[in-house]
Write a protein that binds this ligand. Sequence first.
Ligand SMILES: Cc1cc2nc3c(=O)[nH]c(=O)nc-3n(C[C@H](O)[C@H](O)[C@H](O)COP(=O)(O)O)c2cc1C
Length: 188
Amino acid sequence: MSNAKILVFAGSARENSLNKRLAAAGAEAVRRAGGSATLIDLNDYPAPIYHGDDEDAHGVPENILTLKQMIADHDGLLIATPEYNGFVPPLLVNTFSWVSRKSDKGGPEDVLKSKHVAIMAASPGRLGGVRVIPRLRDCLCELGCIPVQGFVTVPGAGSAFAADGNLADETAQRGLDSLTARLVAAAG
Ligand SMILES: Cc1cc2nc3c(=O)[nH]c(=O)nc-3n(C[C@H](O)[C@H](O)[C@H](O)COP(=O)(O)O)c2cc1C
């Protein structure tokens, strides 16, 4: 039994976000793999678009300090991200810009360093957001994260979830289970 603590969130604030559904399915898979999962909604941690003058005047926002501490208190991250024009959505770019600020600006130092991370993407489109995966992975590696092998994409995500919240397609659900098992094993 692993004691890995995994922080799980989606890179979408949208109420009916497909990636929030994928994050929820991922949190359940983490628990089945023997880890503990904390599922959060970035909508509960709003922050202004990063601006150096704003930071000089007001410091790092309280919500970001809370997020930094939460990341520091977990062994790994499981992120379900939308793909916007083939790229990382602004919510994640902004969140990680703030979170990456050094401790002299507020909060603990280098909270993403050596943090194990697994990346997933859901999209109503045919490619499932596959192009965003390497781009988010690059960004997280730059911040010191250690990605686990592989990823999960969910194409046609509008109709991909069963009533119990898992992925309806058995092969896809097995992929999610094995990604989260690798994350729990690496982070434990
Ligand atoms: C600005 C913008 C750009 C988008 N670009 C892509 C894209 O490159 N690839 C893709 O699969 N979907 C793209 N979409 C569609 C999103 O995948 C879709 O809106 C998805 O539901 C967003 O994730 P969410 O449901 O978790 O909020 C884009 C949507 C927006 C608003």
